[in-house]
Design a protein around this ligand. Structure first.
Ligand code: XLS
Ligand code: CA
Ligand code: CA
Length: 437
């Protein structure tokens, strides 16, 4: 079988001193951290679309990528992508992948032809999975590319588009189940609006909930046990996406009694587009018990859109892994590299290099976060900071014993409030110290 990534037989861990661009400096898959192998903490996944599908186009220019799996015959190309993808994952020691229906197959004239193509290609993927032991982290349906979804899918003003979207998700759940997918993602591609002048937000949101309920019912019917995930994003492609951020998603799910069926898939770049840090979104998900999975990438501070860059920011990865550790891990979620190499990084080796950079960044983040966690650096400080709630009036507030009258009585007798420093800079310096080590 043709090989596509010929520069390396297997990417190995060579340690922090290595200068080999095709080796790990931080990621040592089987090394135990907090009693668990790194690979089990991190559960890295390859994104089919950015890794095998993205060709480097942008709004000003055409494809730049040198991708030897390209082929005129679309089914042949889809199969080449399977070969390339499995070779790539094996070389990197990545044990999971994520896919959209459209990126494992290809656009067809009729829905029937598309579904047939999905059946054929997923047979081949399954064969490769059995051969290699590589698993599916999540599947999803692309409900945003084609013009039929111009006004949305589940929130379209056009009921025919809603029906088409339902048929697509039904099939994508079937394929995800067939591949043993551990999760299924709903990212609200065009589920949002451009202007309120033509939009019935109430009907659209009700329909969105109806759609998700149908998915829940269908999964139950066919015995699909994967975790359903919603991936928040505030904008792009629409001006306002309904799944703005974690707290918005939770409000929506709770309103429609869907909260027990869904968790969230947090993408770093979506968090920052919403005006949050990556850690904020993970934190909100964690404290609400809905941290499902992560799309690991990063945006560019100077660009206001979803650049989906490979994550190389150690500080952010540290704080992300800190939240993951506090959440008790991600399983059945994982860290999916929803990231694409820059347009100028067009050689196939750039894909390997980018994944190594991302995996090393999160591995280093995990190492630092585990130390912070073991030493209880932040937790001890927080416990001290909130100690006033452990006894006296604070304990009465927490236990529900206090009310406005009793608090007023207390405040009248204790109206000289003394606060202590929040020591932000001290904590930031300590985190740096842990990273330098
Ligand atoms: C787009 C999203 C998308 C989802 C899956 O911004 O990140 O790729 O992860 O549809
Ligand atoms: Ca994503
Ligand atoms: Ca994105």
């Amino acid at each position: 079988m043709k090989k596509y990534f010929t520069s390396v037989r297997k990417v190995k861990y060579e340690g922090p001193k290595s200068k080999n661009p095709l080796a790990f400096k931080q990621y040592n898959a089987d090394e135990l951290i907090l009693g668990k192998p790194m690979k089990e903490h991190l559960r890295f996944a390859m994104s089919w679309w950015h890794t095998l599908g993205a060709m480097g186009e942008d709004q000003f220019g055409g494809p730049t990528m040198d991708r030897p799996w390209k082929h005129k015959d679309l089914m042949k190309m889809a199969r080449n992508k399977v070969d390339a993808g499995f070779e790539f994952m094996q070389k990197l020691g990545i044990e999971y992948f994520c896919f959209h229906d459209l990126d494992i197959a290809y656009a067809c004239e009729s829905l029937k032809d598309f579904q047939d193509a999905l059946d054929e290609i997923s047979d081949y993927i399954l064969e490769k999975m059995n051969e290699t032991g590589i698993k599916c982290l999540w599947g999803t349906s692309n409900l945003f590319n084609h013009k039929r979804f111009v006004h949305g899918a589940a929130t379209s003003c056009n009921a025919d588009a809603f029906a088409y979207a339902a048929a697509s998700v039904k099939k994508a759940i079937d394929i995800t189940k067939k591949l043993g997918g551990e999760n299924y993602v709903f990212w609200g591609g065009r589920e949002g609006y451009e202007t309120l002048l033509n939009t019935k937000t109430d009907l659209e949101l009700d329909n969105f909930a109806r759609f998700l309920q149908m998915a829940v019912d269908y999964a139950k019917k066919i015995g699909f046990k994967g975790q359903f995930l919603i991936e928040p994003k505030p904008k792009e492609p629409t001006k306002h996406q309904y799944d703005f951020d974690t707290q918005t998603v939770l409000g929506f799910l709770r309103k429609y009694n869907l909260d027990k069926y869904f968790k969230v898939n947090i993408e770093a770049n979506h968090a920052t587009l919403a005006g949050h840090t990556f850690q904020h979104e993970l934190n909100m998900a964690r404290i609400n018990g809905v941290l499902g999975s992560i799309d690991a990438n990063q945006g560019d501070m100077l660009l206001g859109w979803d650049t989906d860059q490979f994550p190389t920011n150690v500080y952010d990865a540290t704080m992300a892994m800190y939240e993951v550790i506090l959440a008790g891990g991600l399983n059945p979620g994982g860290l999916n590299f929803d990231a694409k190499v820059r347009r100028g990084s067009f050689e196939t080796d750039d894909l390997l290099i980018a994944y190594i950079a991302g995996m090393d960044t999160f591995a280093k983040g995990l190492r630092v976060a585990a130390k912070l966690y073991e030493d209880k650096v932040l937790e001890n400080f927080k416990d001290m900071r909130y100690a006033s709630y452990n006894s006296g009036i604070g304990a009465d507030i927490v236990s529900g014993k206090a009310d406005f009258e009793s608090l007023t009585k207390y405040a009248l007798a204790n109206d000289k409030i003394e606060n202590k420093s929040g020591r932000q800079e001290m904590l930031e310096a300590i985190i740096n110290q842990y990273i330098y080590k």
